[in-house]
Design a protein around this ligand. Sequence first.
Ligand code: HEC
Length: 188
Amino acid sequence: MFQNGSGFMGCVAVAGFLAASSAFAQSPPSEATLTRVALPKDFAATFQRYDMVDKVDRKIVRYLYINKEALAGIKPGEPFPDGTILVMEDHDVALEAGGVPIKGTNGRLQPTSRIKAFAVMEKRKGWGETNLFPPEKDNGDWEYASFKADGSANPVKLDNCYACHLPQNKDGLDFTFSGAKIREAAKR
Ligand code: HEC
């Protein structure tokens, strides 16, 4: 009886462990960073596209958009306005047989309408102070978010977004890589 009992208990413990570990493997959001940034609805129609960046190695073209209210409010020598929203939309490119990206006569990649992912950064007064990061990791009041091809939230850790964009807090770029292009677009 005793042997049977402990054997039974052992089984329950193993089954419990398996259930717990598989539940853990299926719940990546425990790692995900909370974010207040949403993918703006209809941005492709209502935002200004200010640049397209070819990424040959990744076989994508990145479309960069800014909300028009922010674009209108940009002033030389000042950080981008409160309420600025930047959307980066990654498009698959046209490929030759064999998977090599096709280049146009202008040397540029040829984006297709197939979208791979979206990344968004948005700045709102007070967000830097109220996010979950320590001040030395903050990107001012910018917050980041990642979205899947279908526009649904991609619940991932966002530490890398902050870490890679942090050194861009220079030369009027305000934590962006394409800040010079944004300022050019603001003058048009
Ligand atoms: C390893 C560095 C790196 C990481 C990590 C990174 N980015 Fe970027 N990001 C860039 C670069 C470089 C660009 C400019 C476009 C390009 O060359 O790909 C960019 C551009 C952007 C832009 C367009 C505005 C701008 O800064 O020019 C947005 C929005 C953006 N990233 C959001 C994100 C989000 C959200 C994450 C995290 C999920 C993220 N980035 C992680 C390097 C990075």
